[in-house]
Design a protein around this ligand. Structure first.
Ligand code: ZN
Length: 492
């Protein structure tokens, strides 16, 4: 699972405040990530009440969220996953759900349902694509009743993912690993693709695009987004190979690997730099689909993923972390597209289904939770003398306000634990090295908005008669020429 996707649950019994025994469903809370979830990330629900919700003929999203919250056993728990009702209705103590690449590659094909049967026969329950939430919970419950037997090992959701189950979490987990490994073996044998060798682990591959061109693209992108945006470069060999495909425009314009990626990547990447065409296509997509959903506002039409022959794979967001998430998701999308192409062709869902997820309030709520905006989010600052004193204080203040920072200092950079901070070891008196460093910084974050020239030294204080000429030269060189150098090389 990637970045908030997938969910898990366990069913257990607990005593309520009156000492009465209750069946309880612990399900992943919305906004938590399975990679980093803590016990408080699971929402405890009254199992019987949640199961009964599945009997309703329909349940609008806001009412579903309300009903789930009403049935929490801990008022401070996070909102339960939108799949809570689905978890409740599966008759197993432990249920796990992933959007594994191998399952997506297998089901995002022309004859995906046949391939699923070819691989797993009748040992899986197959559910055609249905939008996540209440309708999916009902569809899964129905298909499970129709297709499940004592041999059932998993439930395959077309274009979406896999559910496994067991009496213990370990059993459900092992079942998940087994089912996914079978799909991976199938892809090796049938498509000749090892999907476990993910593009996300691809080698570093610098592209030689121009920093100035990337900055110009970022400026245009921020303009259509209506706010400052970073445009982060992913110098990845597999991305480079993908971008070099002769059929790139075709394969990249079919859609995401699974619909919940769309809030991070938009429906598809922009190939090349023609933002105005991308934006007008987005407006048309909105116009074609909006009427089915009353009261929706068009989201900003700016691309989130750019595939450019010279600039490489670029991702746009207001925070570096979100750029990295979009990049990671797209690298996995490359895995899925390449594998599905090996099975006769990658097929994404129709745009009406994608639109429904992109404009689903519960999906957009996930994004809001993760990117509460800071005042300088999306801006990039260069700070010289970043390792100490005034420079370091500026770095910390800028990072706290949400800016991305390119730090320049004579000292060898330490590994930064903040992805928004790129530290480069350069002497500001060495203009050409400084130029290279600034170019690298711009290629990394997409541009420069703020410059803090804080590099400076205090020479030895002495009588004019005792002045050491070399020290005087060095002081002037750092404090005066250093500033003019950094101004000169950052000026486009
Ligand atoms: Zn899912």
């Amino acid at each position: 699972v990637l970045h908030g996707g997938g969910n898990t649950s366990v069913k257990t019994t607990e005593n309520d405040i009156h000492g009465e025994q209750l069946d309880v469903l612990y399900v992943k809370g919305s906004g938590w990530d399975l990679a980093t979830i803590e016990p408080e990330g699971f929402a405890p629900l009254r199992l019987d009440a949640v199961k009964r919700l599945a009997e309703l003929p329909s349940l609008p999203d806001t009412e579903m969220v309300n009903q789930l919250r009403l049935n929490l056993l801990d008022a401070s728990a996070p909102n339960p996953s939108v799949e809570a009702i689905l978890h409740a209705s599966l008759p197993f103590s432990a249920v796990q759900h992933t959007h594994a690449d191998a399952a997506l590659a297998l089901t995002n094909t022309i004859d995906g349902d046949q391939r699923v049967r070819e691989l797993w026969g009748e040992s899986v329950v197959v559910v055609p694509y249905v939008m996540p939430g209440f309708e999916l919970a009902k569809a899964c419950a129905q298909e499970f009743e129709k297709q499940a037997s004592s041999d059932t090992v998993a439930m395959i959701l077309m274009n979406h993912g896999v559910f496994t189950f067991g009496e213990t979490t370990e059993e459900a987990y092992n079942q998940m690993i087994e089912v996914i490994s079978q799909a991976e073996d199938y892809l090796r044998a049938t498509a000749g693709v090892d999907i476990t060798a993910s593009a996300a682990a691809g080698k570093h591959h610098p592209t030689n695009g121009s920093a100035l061109e990337q900055a110009a693209l970022r400026k245009e992108l921020a303009h259509v987004a209506g706010c400052s945006m970073l445009l982060v470069n992913t110098p990845n060999e597999r991305a480079h190979q993908f971008i070099s495909r002769p059929d790139l425009v075709d394969v990249a314009s079919r859609g995401p690997a699974t619909p919940d990626h769309i809030i991070r990547t938009k429906q598809f990447p922009m190939v090349g730099r023609d933002i105005s065409t991308f934006v007008s296509n987005y407006h048309n997509y909105f116009e074609r689909n909006k009427d089915r959903f009353p009261d929706i506002q068009e989201l900003d039409p700016a691309p989130r993923v750019v595939l450019d022959p010279d600039l490489g794979l670029l991702t746009a967001a207001t925070r570096v972390t979100d750029c990295e998430i979009a990049s990671d998701i797209y690298l996995h999308t490359i895995d899925v597209i390449e594998a599905s192409e090996g099975l006769g062709g990658f097929v994404a869902l129709p745009e009406s289904d994608l639109f429904e997820v992109e404009y689903w309030e519960l999906e957009q709520a996930k994004l809001k939770k993760s990117s509460a905006s800071l005042p300088m989010a999306g801006e990039v600052a260069v700070v010289t003398g970043s390792a100490s004193g005034i420079g370091l204080a500026c770095v910390n203040a800028l990072l706290e306000q949400g800016a991305a920072v390119i730090g320049i200092d004579l000292k060898t950079p330490q590994a930064a634990d903040n992805p928004g901070f790129l530290e480069l070891g350069v002497d500001v008196t060495d203009r050409e090295s400084l130029r290279t460093a600034i170019n690298n910084g711009v290629r990394h974050f997409g541009g420069i908005d703020i410059l803090v020239a804080a590099a400076g030294i205090f020479g030895t204080t002495s009588e004019i008669a005792d002045l050491v000429p070399d020290e005087w030269e060095t002081t002037l060189s750092v404090n005066l020429n250093g500033v003019s150098n950094v101004l000169q090389v950052t000026h486009p």
